[in-house]
Write a protein that binds this ligand. Sequence first.
Ligand SMILES: *Cc1c(COP(=O)(O)O)cnc(C)c1O
Length: 217
Amino acid sequence: MVADNLKSILSELPTGVKLVAVSKFHPADDILEAYNAGHRRFGENRPQEFAAKVAELPSDIEWHFIGHLQTNKLKLVLPYASMVESVDSRRLLEAVEKWGSEHGKVIDVLLELHLGAEETKGGFTEKEIEDILSIEHEYPHVRFRGLMGMATNTDEESVVEADFSRIEAFKKRLDKEYDLPDFTELSIGMSHDWPIAVRHGATIVRIGTAIFGNRNY
Ligand SMILES: *Cc1c(COP(=O)(O)O)cnc(C)c1O
C-alpha cells in the first residue's frame, strides 16, 4: 500500500521536486515500508514523536521538521533534523541561532509565510520575512534555505491557486532583492493540492495522507 502510493506520486512528480513523506501519527513500520521502497525523506510535526522515531529508524533518513516548535523542545529536534521547515516566529529564530552557536552547528531552515484565510495558522508576514532577510548575517548559525507555506484548507481550486501564486511571486521578489545563494526552496503542496503547488514553483512537497492513509488523531 504505502509503497504503491509512494511510487504513484513519485511517477507524477517532476524531477527536481523533492518529496517529504509526512509520517506523523503513523507507526515506524509504515515509515520502514517506504524506506524499504527506497524513500529517504520524511517529515514529522511533534518533537517527542519525532525524537522517538529518529531513535528507532535507520540513520540515513533525511528528517524534516514541519510542525510548530516551542523553544523548550529544540534539543529533541535540532540534533537530528536536516531542515526545520516551520520557523514561524522571531523568538524561535533567535532560539535556533542560540542553540546553533552553543552546539557548533548551522541549522537549515525555511521561513513560514502566513498564507491562507485561517487566522489560527502561524507564520510571518511578508514584511517580517524581509526584515529577517535584511539582517540574515546576524544569524550565522542559521542557513536560510527558502519559504514554506500552507494554502487555505478548501476544495476551491481558485483560492488555493491564489495562495500559491502569492508565495511564488514573493519568493521571486526575494530572489531579486536579496543576494542569498542558499535560499532556493519553496515548500508548498500537501496531499490534496500538490499538483497546483508544482505548477507554482514548488521545490518541496509535503505529502502525508496520500501516502500513509488517514491519521487517527
Ligand atoms: C500534516 C502536514 C502535511 C501533510 O498533510 P496531508 O494532507 O496529510 O498530505 C503537510 N504539511 C504540514 C505542515 C503538515 O502538518
